[in-house]
Design a protein around this ligand. Structure first.
Ligand code: ZN
Length: 242
């Protein structure tokens, strides 16, 4: 089965459309959370995801904050402004859908979480030492996480050896020969200085990961951010990928 894995859409409907348009032949779609926050299109993104058959979608920290489940004080000011704005525009149907999302999911050979298997909503997996501690919190060969907006793979090498990391090359199939935690990067707000939307295809038959990037119309999203009076920083960063 070929599974499109997306994460951190952050209410960027133009980026989401580009990714879905480039991935029409997949068998299933898994989304690792943060559907909303930062961006101008929360309802459009949710309405689009709700139409996808057999979608698995997790709850991210921004989604949880919009629902009032985690305190706003844990976010920086610009993120808080967007979360509060999202609350004012979200339709009851969108809010009800967000409220159904689970924090983690196990599906065959893969464990899914927004942040980490140890702390699904909050923990950022940014370095191999932190990632190494997380392998005991799931049993599957693969774990997929989002949250950092940085595409990366952490390769388990046993308890007595350091966990390695690498950045899989977009367009090149990656076949890990050990247990691995993979972050596909962010659809709607990449932070690795590559502004193209990030995603990937997991093949759970061949156990391979195909990372991908795609350009989208960033300026149209920036315009909607300005029109909604959301913080300008959220628009500027899209063009530079940070
Ligand atoms: Zn995020």
């Amino acid at each position: 089965m070929r599974i499109l894995i997306i994460s951190d859409i952050h209410a960027n409907f133009t980026a989401l459309q580009a990714v879905l348009g480039a991935s029409r032949s997949v068998d299933q779609i898994w989304c690792l959370g943060d559907v909303v926050g930062y961006g101008p299109d929360p309802n459009q993104c949710i309405e689009c995801l709700r139409e996808i058959p057999n979608l698995i979608c997790l709850l991210g920290n921004h989604d949880a904050a919009v629902l009032g489940r985690i305190p706003l004080a844990t976010f920086n000011k610009d993120a808080r402004v967007s979360i509060q704005w999202t609350r004012t525009v979200l339709t009851p149907a969108s809010q009800a859908w967000l409220a159904t999302l689970p924090e983690s999911w196990v599906n065959g050979s893969a464990f899914l979480a927004h942040g980490s298997p140890r702390n699904p909503i909050w923990e950022y997996l940014l370095d191999p030492n932190t990632a190494a501690l997380c392998f005991e919190f799931f049993d599957n060969p693969f774990c997929f996480v989002g949250h950092t907006h940085l595409p990366i793979a952490f390769l388990y090498n046993g308890l007595d050896h350091p966990t390695r990391w690498l950045i899989p090359t977009p367009g090149q199939e990656f076949h890990p020969n050990n247990r691995v935690i993979i972050n596909p990067g962010s659809v709607g707000q990449p932070r690795d200085r590559d502004p193209r939307a990030a995603f990937g295809i997991f093949n759970d038959t061949t156990n391979t990961w195909l990372p991908q990037r795609i350009e989208y119309d960033i300026m149209s999203v920036q315009q909607r951010i300005f029109d909604a009076n959301l913080p300008q920083r959220h628009a500027v960063r899209l063009l530079e990928g940070w």
